[in-house]
Design a protein around this ligand. Structure first.
Ligand code: ATP
Ligand code: MG
Length: 429
């Protein structure tokens, strides 16, 4: 089973890493694509404004019905112009028919204009950085007074953009695996946290099963022993055999009670169905239960008395369950008190709560045992010698209290006695 927990934890961590990792990768890729688009757009806008500046210097005139563009004042292309403050790789002027008319720095292989707008051109790998040099070329038609006078084409290196994007790629290629590692670690940790309650409840269940088997094994062994003795030929007189059968009956009754308690604990887990709850007057119920307890306590010369209010105290409860919880408390008080002592049942109200106290001046419970006495099969060491009792009574009381939306608490001092306080939500009259 512990392997199953490890396996589940691994699966949880793997699925967490896979899902979070996919989200991270998609997110990083989207950031990269958006960044490339945004920067290229800004780059193109800048490039376009350069073309506009250059186009502003072009003049044209009509001579004998033909258009003539004058480029003297165009930056780079003109002869007497200021240099444009930019790294333009080449500039070309095409006439209105799209034929190459003038160029600076690089002659195109094709003398006819081929494309309009923006285009990325890859130049052969440069010797220096073994990276293809990318150029961004723009070709725009130039209009003046509604007349197309030609096309201006310039190209600039994309190096600054490439550098920025290379840095971004580096950041992402290092950052994404690092984040994935962190996600995997977090997934492993979260898997551990998620497994903890399961592991605890598995341990509790294992503990419970071991205890239940152990409690059943002893009486079964006893029954088997008695029965085997009876099967021996001519072994005993009839009267002794009868005693053995009576013993078997007593042991079986104990086993039946244990199985009943176990079934009870299994069946009544969780809150009760409100439809099954009845309005019960606790004052009357406790009066009746105290009489029953007093009858039981007579054998031990224990006095059972009660301190109940004059008026009714109403609660919504399942009568049988509530009776069983209170009976378990009074039975314990009688069982763990010496002859001649007293047991008191008290009912009080406090705000919207009804408080039932079952007090005794018996053996008391050691302080170090108090945190465990509501655990299933827990018995205080000193009382383990009691043959009857499985250590389920208080676990049942606690389960009943919780099923009714209430609580059970114990105050006890060794040698002085104990007080069990059952608090239930009260229904106002
Ligand atoms: P079961 O109720 O299943 O027959 P049990 O009485 O031993 O067996 P619980 O009622 O759960 O089990 O009680 C758990 C332990 O708490 C008991 O073994 C006993 O040692 C201690 N205990 C409970 N009530 C009292 C009490 N009123 N005074 C002293 N000890 C008590
Ligand atoms: Mg008990």
């Amino acid at each position: 089973m512990p392997n199953l927990f490890q396996q589940s934890r691994r699966h949880l961590a793997q699925w967490f890493t896979l899902s979070m990792g996919s989200i991270l990768v998609v997110f990083a890729a989207s950031v990269y694509v958006l960044e490339v688009r945004g920067r290229l757009q800004a780059f193109d806008t800048d490039l376009e404004s350069k073309v506009r500046v250059m186009a502003g210097g072009i003049q044209y005139r009509l001579r004998q019905g033909r258009l003539q563009a004058r480029l003297d004042h165009v930056p780079m292309l003109g002869s007497n112009t200021l240099p444009l403050n930019s790294k333009i790789v080449y500039a070309r002027w095409y006439d209105d028919k799209g034929r190459l008319a003038r160029f600076v720095k690089q002659q195109p292989s094709n003398r006819q204009i081929t494309t309009l707008g923006f285009k990325t051109i890859s130049l052969p790998v440069s010797q220096k950085n073994h990276q293809p040099l990318l150029l961004r070329q723009v070709t725009l038609p130039v209009w003046q007074e509604g007349v197309l006078i030609g096309y201006l084409q310039i190209a600039v290196p994309l190096t600054p953009l490439q550098q920025t994007l290379t840095q971004l790629r580096l950041l992402l290629t290092l950052g994404v695996p690092a984040a994935l590692g962190l996600i995997a670690l977090t997934g492993w940790w979260l898997g551990g946290v998620a497994m903890q309650p399961l592991q605890q409840s598995y341990k509790r269940l294992q503990h419970f099963t071991t205890n239940a088997s152990h409690e059943l094994r002893t009486p079964i062994a006893k029954i088997l022993g008695q029965a085997q003795l009876m099967l021996m030929p001519n072994y005993e007189e009839e009267s002794i055999s009868r005693q053995r059968v009576e013993k078997i009956v007593t042991i079986t009754k104990g086993m039946s009670r244990l199985v009943g308690d176990l079934l009870f604990l299994a069946r009544h887990e969780g809150p009760l169905n409100p439809e099954n709850l009845e309005r019960i007057d606790l004052t009357r119920l406790l009066q009746e239960l105290t009489w029953d307890a007093a009858a039981l306590a007579q054998n031990k010369a224990i006095k059972v008395n009660c301190d109940l209010p004059d008026q009714a105290v109403m609660v919504a409860a399942e009568t049988d369950l509530l009776c069983q919880a209170i009976a378990n408390l009074t039975n314990n008080a009688i069982k763990y008190s010496p002859p001649g002592s007293w047991v008191k049942v008290r009912l009080m109200t406090q705000g919207r709560s009804a408080l039932i106290h079952v007090e005794d001046n018996g053996s008391g419970i050691p302080a170090e045992e108090l945190p465990y006495i509501f655990d299933r099969f827990y018995r205080v060491n000193t009382t383990r010698s009691h043959s009857e009792g499985f250590g389920l009574g208080l676990a049942i009381v606690q389960q009943i209290a919780q099923a009714h939306g209430g609580t059970i608490t114990v105050y006890s001092e060794i040698g002085k006695g104990s007080c069990f306080e059952l608090v239930l939500p009260r229904q106002l009259l």
